[in-house]
Write a protein that binds this ligand. Structure first.
Ligand code: MLT
Length: 214
C-alpha cells in the first residue's frame, strides 16, 4: 500500500524558529477538535492538526483496531511511517522545522504519537499523551538520544484501559530515555480541566512558551 496524504490544518505562528504543536484527535474526531485546546499552549507556536486516514464505521482514526483496545499492529506501524513521512514532507511545503514538532494527542491520537516514540525515538521534540495506551503488545527496546520530555495523563476510572497497564507503559517510556512526567487524574476516559492545566504547566516549564490568554 502506498502512503497517502492526511487532511490537515496548519496555522503558522509567524515567529522564526517556532515549535510546531501537532494535534492528533481521538476516535471519531477530526482536525478541528483540538484547535481550541491548542490556544492554551501559547501564542508563539505553529499549529498542525491532522485527521487520521482510517475510517471505522464513519469515524476517523489514525490506525485500524480489531476490537476495543486491540490494535491492528501492522496497520499501526504502517500508519506511523505514513504520518511521519507526511509531516516531513509538509515541513518543507509549509516551512516549519521538522525537528521542533511537539505531539499533543488524545486517546487514539495519543496512541499513534506513542507508536512514533517507539518507531522514531528522536522524531518528536516532546509529546503530550492524554489517556494513552501502550501501542504495541510487545514493546521493543528503544533508546532515545534526545531524551525528549513526555507528559502523560491517565484517568483512574478509565474503563478502556486495564489496571496496571498504564504503569507498565510509563515504565517503558522512562526506560527508553524519555523525560517523563506522568499524572493520574480522578476521572474516566474524557479530558478534564485538570489534564489541561497540568499539561500547560508542563509545557511552559519545558518549552518556555509565551503564556496564552485565558
Ligand atoms: C484506540 O483505539 O486507540 C484506543 O482504544 C482509544 C480509542 O480510540 O478509543
Amino acid at each position: 500500500m502506498n502512503y497517502q496524504d492526511l487532511k490537515y490544518i496548519y496555522k503558522p505562528s509567524g515567529k522564526n524558529g517556532a515549535y510546531t504543536l501537532l494535534l492528533l484527535h481521538g476516535t471519531g474526531g477530526d482536525e478541528t477538535d483540538l484547535l481550541p485546546l491548542a490556544e492554551k499552549f501559547g501564542s508563539d507556536l505553529n499549529v498542525l492538526s491532522l485527521r487520521g486516514n482510517v475510517l471505522e464505521s464513519g469515524m476517523p482514526r489514525f490506525f485500524k483496531r480489531l476490537g476495543m483496545g486491540i490494535f491492528d499492529e501492522q496497520d499501526l506501524a504502517f500508519r506511523t511511517h505514513e504520518m511521519v513521512a507526511f509531516i516531513r514532507k509538509l515541513a518543507t511545503k509549509e516551512n516549519f522545522d521538522a525537528h521542533k514538532v511537539i505531539a499533543l494527542g488524545y486517546s487514539n491520537g495519543a496512541n499513534i504519537a506513542g507508536s512514533t516514540l517507539v518507531m522514531y525515538p528522536d522524531f518528536f521534540a516532546g509529546a503530550v499523551l492524554y489517556r494513552p495506551m501502550q501501542p504495541f503488545k510487545k514493546m521493543p527496546e528503544v533508546s532515545s538520544q534526545s531524551h525528549a520530555p513526555v507528559f502523560m495523563s491517565n484517568g483512574s476510572m478509565d474503563p478502556t484501559i486495564q489496571p496496571g497497564a498504564t504503569e507498565k507503559y510509563i515504565e517503558w517510556v522512562k526506560q527508553s530515555g524519555y523525560d517523563v512526567e506522568a499524572y493520574e487524574v480522578r476521572t474516566g476516559h474524557g479530558l478534564t480541566q485538570q489534564d489541561l492545566q497540568l499539561s500547560v504547566q508542563w509545557f511552559q516549564k519545558n518549552f518556555n512558551t509565551v503564556k496564552a490568554a485565558g
